[in-house]
Ligand binder design. Sequence first.
Ligand code: DLZ
Length: 166
Amino acid sequence: MTDKKKNLSEISFTPHKQFSPQQVRIGVVVSQWNSQITDALLEGALDALQEYQVPKANITVRRVPGSFELPSAAVMMLEADEKMDAVICLGCIIQGETRHFEFIAQAVADGIMKASIDYATPVIFGVLTCNDMQQAIDRSGRKHGNKGTEAAVSCLQMIDYQKSIC
Ligand code: DLZ
């Protein structure tokens, strides 16, 4: 991870025997702000889940207005479906002229962490926090890989972890 040019999406893991991707249920909440980017993150995430053989029928995708809404939307999903194994949050926050960036980015990071701890369930931070649009483009399927793919693999790895300790 120290090499800036490294494609961060080139991550994988070896599942434990107890892990059956065909049986996991995953929610994905996607921010509509910067949708050009978040749609690409979603595509990367869904491709990765498909590669690991998670059935499409076991994946629930929902859109929310902006990244700020991601933590509460994740919690609502976990509340609504107790069989949900994990939720992936996808968003893109870009630095602007005002201080919205720092408030939103910090709140989202804290909210996602709180949701995962409160529910003892993986809630994955697939949110780009970028200085400009080019950085976001580079991390949503270009030279720095796709953060959505990375989020999906992290999600499966955490479900695997949870099942391996139960
Ligand atoms: C308001 C706002 C701004 C200025 N910028 C972004 C952004 O870069 N990325 C993002 O995901 N959302 C942004 N939002 C919207 C907030 O996340 C939120 O949806 C609104 O403040 C309504 O609560």
